[in-house]
Write a new protein. Structure first.
Length: 93
C-alpha cells in the first residue's frame, strides 16, 4: 500500500505569539517539538521512501524530529522553496 502523509510544522515561536510568520524564519517553540514527536508517533508504522520540506527552519526541524523518532535519519529529503509558506509582507511580525 502507498501513502501520502502531509504534516504541518509544529508550533513556532511566532505562532505562540499570534504572529504570522510567512517568510520569516522562526524556530519551533517547545510545544512545537512535542507536536512533532506526537506526529511521528501517529505515523510510526509507515516506512517512508522520501520526504519533501520547505526551506523554513520550523518545517525542517519538524521533519528532522520525525525522522529521528521514526529511526529513519537517512531518509532522502528534497528541500524546495516552492513549499514555503506564502509571504504576508507587512502583516508579518
Amino acid at each position: 500500500m502507498s501513502y501520502l502523509v502531509l504534516v504541518r510544522h509544529g508550533l513556532s515561536t511566532y505562532n505562540k505569539q499570534g504572529i504570522w510568520a510567512g517568510w520569516d524564519d522562526p524556530d519551533l517553540a517547545p510545544e512545537g517539538i512535542d507536536e512533532a514527536k506526537k506526529a511521528a508517533a501517529s505515523i510510526k508504522d509507515i516506512k517512508f521512501d522520501m520526504a519533501f520540506v520547505s526551506l523554513l527552519i520550523r518545517a525542517k526541524r519538524t521533519l528532522e524530529i520525525i525522522k529521528t523518532q521514526l529511526a529513519q535519519p537517512d531518509l532522502p529529503t528534497f528541500i524546495s522553496q516552492a513549499l514555503n509558506e506564502r509571504n504576508y509582507g507587512d502583516f508579518t511580525s
